[in-house]
Design a protein around this ligand. Structure first.
Ligand SMILES: [Zn+2]
Length: 337
């Protein structure tokens, strides 16, 4: 039997041989290969999704290993790009499928190329800006995507089925303002990220297997430490939603990408004018994570690798790199998205 490998899921009647055949011919794109993305990728690849594209611009670090289930100490020691390290482990688990590693962030310029061919998009990102970008593309192209997020012990997952369910912007009309908790400032627990990633992978598998009618059209909210795990109804589609109602796609057009510019040697300036910062609150959040020096105009923070100077208007200068992508990720690590 050619596909003894998949016998345990084809025996599941609602999935069956037909579901498997469809899965084998399908393409999934995973945006972000952190904790959520590695959980999703491991499950999709083992389930036999024919083509899985992984998009991530970061490198494996020791602090990833606690929850990013594909990576090893050797990956961190080598400083391998996450997308490539993940690809190597995934093809070792299933050599029958195609895994594409894209070492890049998802940005408006490349989004069309990087997401092309996706039959479902899985959110493994850690920021709202990229989620709005995914939502723009997915709604415009009528491709389902699965939102997921996790911080501390709390996580959330929600499918977006364009033309049917509310889209991400119906649910979140605007990005959150001010600093948000991040995995760096508030921590995050591995069982939580694997739960959320698993739920996202399950819904993606249903879609790719041609079983979209079984997708849970609900928002899952889970606190795995002391809070509840519950599903709540998705809101109705907003007929006046700029994205799925009026079909405006500003993130895809690049209109909302925060401008970034090199400023002097080995430093990048990030402008986030839409997000003023409370520097006192910022200092409290960063307490214990590095060296802090603050005055009424700016807060300087040294985390060992980078020196970041935050300004009350939301601007920051990241010293220690000339790479705009790295500077952006350092910024979002501490300010949130
Ligand atoms: Zn909408």
């Amino acid at each position: 039997m050619a596909n003894d490998r998949y016998s345990r899921q084809t025996r599941f009647l609602q999935f069956g041989e037909e579901g498997q055949e469809r899965l084998t011919l399908s393409t999934a794109v995973i945006v972000g290969c952190g904790a959520l993305g590695t959980a999703q990728a491991a499950l999709l690849v083992r389930a036999g999704v024919g083509r899985v594209r992984l998009i991530d611009r970061d490198y494996v670090e020791a602090s990833n290993l606690q929850r990013q289930i594909l990576y090893t100490e050797a990956d961190a020691a080598e400083g391998l790009p996450k997308a490539e390290a993940a690809r190597r482990h995934l093809v070792a688990a299933n050599s029958e499928i195609t895994v594409e590693a894209v070492i890049s962030d998802l940005n408006p310029r490349d989004a069309e190329d990087l997401l092309e061919g996706a039959q479902v998009i899985l959110d493994g990102t850690d920021n709202f800006e990229t989620r709005y970008l995914i939502n723009d593309y997915a709604v415009r192209e009528n491709i389902p995507w699965i939102y997921g997020a996790a911080v501390g012990s709390y996580g959330i997952a929600m499918p977006v089925l364009p033309g049917e369910t509310a889209c991400f912007r119906c649910v979140y009309p605007e990005p959150p303002t001010g600093a948000q908790p991040t995995c760096e400032t508030a921590g995050v627990l591995g069982p939580l990220t694997s739960l959320i990633g698993s739920v996202q992978a399950m819904e993606a598998i249903k879609i790719l297997a041609g079983r979209s009618e079984s997708v849970r059209r609900k928002i899952l909210r889970a606190d795995l430490w002391a809070g509840p795990i519950r599903e709540i109804a998705m809101p109705e589609r907003d007929p006046d939603c700029p994205t799925c109602g009026r079909r405006e796609f500003p993130w895809l057009a690049g209109a909302y990408r925060a401008p970034v510019s090199l400023c002097g040697r080995n430093a990048v300036q990030i402008h986030e004018r839409r997000r003023p910062l409370d520097l006192n609150a910022m200092a409290a959040r960063l307490h214990g994570l590095g060296e802090i020096r603050a005055n009424e105009f700016a807060l300087r923070f040294v985390d060992g690798e980078f020196e970041i100077t935050f300004f009350a208007d939301g601007r920051a200068i990241v010293k220690g790199t000339t790479d705009i992508g790295i500077a952006r990720s350092v910024y979002s690590r501490y300010v949130g998205n």
